[in-house]
Ligand binder design. Structure first.
Ligand SMILES: [Zn+2]
Length: 440
């Protein structure tokens, strides 16, 4: 039998141990000439290349990527794979956008062939963008989730997905019933949850499209299997908020709808949370609920500006998400750039290091995966991405002017996109490589 040696990746290496907002320079490790040692899909060691290479007492496959940057794979905490084909659809705010573009597109996922073809394309696009873990919505069809997990399983990616629960205020072809959603979700949970690297999330679309009975079912599913996440939308758009409160007149505010059904806790990931007052933020913080900040989607639909400072005041578990198809790119570099602009519109400059934290370790924390991915802690799964600072002549020219790491990272996130990804590794295996990259 052929002996498999550990692999050593030599490059500049950056990863986070905690939030730079709280811990400053203590929050990350950076090795200008670093080495990442990977064996059997796991991170074994990380450190200064010269020191580590001298210490290695066994043969290793050395991969020389000097001049490039290795970080943990990006983690996108909220997006919809069935919406990939309606990205960049013109002219609507949230509720009209759902009716005009989303609901018609989602109906096609009843067909398993369409679901499989789209899931294949979608996961490959994620990997091309350096995203190795994502929390993904399917549609109301079981076929959509089976297809997604089959595709993810085949690539050994660590993914989270759930069947959308929706029993009202949507076209008849996209509506289930409370009972049906319980049965479908339960079947998918027993088939896929913690099967290899796959994990299920209970996925009511939002308060508007679920009856009280269905929200009770969501709570029951979470009670049946406490390791499940809940993923849904919260307070994205003012018309949405008004409609939701009309449907649940007993609720004091939007968050209170979910609270009444026991859906707000540390396993809950809420996309958007744009129009919350201090009281709602305080309640989310007290429950350690998680927020997926989706800047490109919020700008695209004109939904509003997330108040990051307010989130931070209340210690909310913040992470970054593309929210494709309303998001305008799968690229988390692009998403970071849009996050910076959202903050600038509120007179605040989001730090480059913190942006990279939000797109890696913070995402892992939001999804309860920080003991598996999101950093290079020894024993973690070796999901990582190799970034090329000099992907285009413009980017290369800009990098020459950079004086320190934050400056280099900021230029990379602001100008970068999928062209900046040299290669993507999943559990130590290279799953994407930019063949046309002269620096590879
Ligand atoms: Zn969404």
């Amino acid at each position: 039998m052929k002996t498999v040696h550990p692999s050593v990746y030599r490059a500049s290496i950056l990863h986070f141990l905690s939030d730079p907002l709280l811990d400053g320079d203590e929050a990350y490790e950076y090795f200008e000439d670093g080495a990442l040692v990977v064996d059997q899909g796991k991170v074994i060691q990380l450190g200064d290349a010269q020191t580590l290479l001298a210490q290695l007492d066994h043969p290793a496959n050395l991969v020389d990527l000097r001049g490039q940057l290795i970080i943990p794979g990006f983690i996108d905490t909220h997006l919809h794979y069935p919406q990939i084909d309606i990205m960049a659809s013109h002219g609507e705010a949230l509720l009209d956008w759902l009716n005009r573009y989303t609901f018609p597109a989602e109906q096609a996922f009843k067909d398993p062939r369409h679901a499989l073809e789209t899931a294949n394309f979608f996961v490959d696009e994620l990997l091309k963008n350096g995203t190795t873990t994502a929390a993904v919505f399917g549609t109301v069809h079981k076929t959509s989730v089976n297809a997604f997990f089959e595709v993810s399983q085949a690539r050994n990616t660590r993914m989270i997905c759930g069947q959308v629960m929706m029993d009202r205020n949507a076209p008849r072809a996209l509506c289930d019933t409370a009972t049906q959603s319980y049965e479908d979700s339960s079947e998918l949970i027993s088939k896929w949850h913690q099967n290899g690297r796959q994990q299920y999330a209970v996925t009511p679309r939002f308060a508007i499209t679920s009856s009280p009975a269905q929200l009770e079912v969501a709570a029951q599913l979470l009670k049946d299997t406490p390791s499940l996440l809940l993923q849904t939308h919260l307070s994205e758009n003012k018309d949405e908020i008004a409609f939701a409160l009309k449907l649940f007149p007993e609720a004091n505010d939007y968050l209170d709808i979910y609270e009444r059904y026991g859906l707000v806790n540390s396993n809950s990931v809420f996309a958007h949370a744009l129009h919350l007052n201090d009281d709602q933020c305080q309640r989310l913080g007290a429950q350690q609920a998680k927020i997926a900040f989706c800047p490109s989607s919020n700008l695209f639909l004109g939904s509003g500006l997330a108040d990051i400072k307010k989130f931070d005041t209340h210690n909310l578990g913040l992470s970054l998400a593309s929210d494709v198809g309303a998001g305008t790119r799968l690229s988390m570099l692009h998403t970071m750039a849009e996050a910076y602009k959202v903050c600038r519109l509120q007179n605040y400059s989001l730090d480059a290091l913190r942006s990279f934290y939000l797109a890696t370790l913070a995402g892992a924390k939001a999804l309860g995966l920080e003991d598996k991915v999101g950093s290079f802690r020894p024993g973690n799964e070796a999901d990582f991405v190799v970034l090329n600072y000099d992907a285009t002549s413009l980017m290369k020219r800009r990098q020459v002017q950079c004086e320190d790491l934050p400056d280099k990272l900021f230029a990379l996130l602001m100008l970068g996109d999928d062209r900046s990804i040299t290669s993507t590794y999943v559990a130590g295996k290279r799953v994407y490589h930019a063949d046309n990259n002269p620096h590879a």
